[in-house]
Design a protein around this ligand. Sequence first.
Ligand code: 5AD
Ligand code: SF4
Length: 465
Amino acid sequence: MRASENSKTQQPSGKTGDNDKTCFIKTYGCQMNVYDSQRMEEALSEAGYRPVAAADEADMVILNPCHIREKAAEKVYSELGRLKPLKQQNKHMVIGVAGCVAQAEGAEIIARAPVVDMVFGPQTFQQLPAMLGEIADARAQGNKPKLVRTEFPASEKFAALQAAPRKPVTRSPSAFVTVQEGCDKFCTFCVVPYTRGEEVSRARADIIAEARALVAQGVCEITLLGQNVNAWAHDGMRLDGLLAQLGEIEGLERLRFTTSHPRDMDAALIAAHGDNEKLMPYLHLPVQSGSDAILKAMNRKHTAADYLALVKKFRAARPDLALSSDFIVGFPGETEEDFAATMALVEEVRYAQAFSFKYSPRPGTPAADAENQVDEAVKAARLKDLQALLNAQQMAFHQAQIGKTLPVLFDKLSKSGDQMSGRSPYLQPVHVPLGDVDAAALRGRILPVEIEAAHANSLSGILSI
Ligand code: 5AD
Ligand code: SF4
């Protein structure tokens, strides 16, 4: 679940009794965090907690912030300040801070915000019910316990995912499955290797079992998640082999994976984009910069030419591949020439979609201590130029779909109730007017849509059945 910023303004739904325990998880950031929040919600539902839409209705509030780009720690402290009066009103309330910020700051959070009862890192959410039990027992004896759990064993987390088959909460036809955790690439701007630990791959049989269970619940698209998903390896198998095995599951129609590192790309995974029919023609392959000097300073261990050569190979395997990337502008020492090299790389690749950010120093990472930091105004101007180019490329990619008939996996009914939306193979949201068609007849099905119009972030068209 992804809680919205204004969700606290919603009205309480009303509790049904003392045994009815409620939880609210506020998630910020990446898909990994959204996935972790879903797993926490499931762990809590096993401990008898029902999810609610706002903190003021909840007995357990968890903040699950992202530490990567945002000034997440500051956001967390101001959010905790807002939770304080709620906790004074509800003596049962338990407040937890999860995720990468918890991992990075640990006990400091409790020292700075005594309203917090527990701090736990991204690898320990399966311990939630036990931690809640500990807190309840200690409170019954008049104590005010404070728990900090930030150990790293990702393998334990994978084991717990396996031990506790997921319950269908609100099952979308498209699901995420974590296959790999952590990163040991140590890009000099990034906190992930410090907060998520070393690279660990989940066992193949466990992934297949989870995928089968999801398909049995109606899922037909699975996105494999990992900080370095293409580094996945188990018993001599690599990601292309895993994708081939998943492709054999009947009812599983679409496969995706994210996020990849150019360094871990191998020929077999490139070939899979041409051979594996279930693998969707979309690849998120972050390059970060187009300047070799900056790539070196970032410790990316590839050049712009290496990246362009990879893109060429992918396009040879799958000519209609939609490419996506992450970019950082204003990395320490970035000159106008370096930035021009990024713009030139973008011109050459032609992206279907991309994420771009101003460099933000993350404490504890090497680049944060560099002396040649770029002025904020310069970063802002470069970001504006880069985004203008990326947006134009995205629009061009959308416009190129007009007149085509694309298979769309339908998922959501619009708020107004008269449109259904889904995703094209290229991950574009596609909206279709419902007319006389019943939404339930479309949800979870892949149907052809004739694309009539392109918008900045989506397409629209009509069902062609
Ligand atoms: N500043 C700006 N962007 C960052 N990213 C990671 N760390 C930073 C940082 N310190 C971006 C990278 C990465 C994406 C997930 O977040 O582009 O690929
Ligand atoms: Fe961070 Fe680099 Fe690892 Fe990606 S590859 S998670 S940017 S250290």
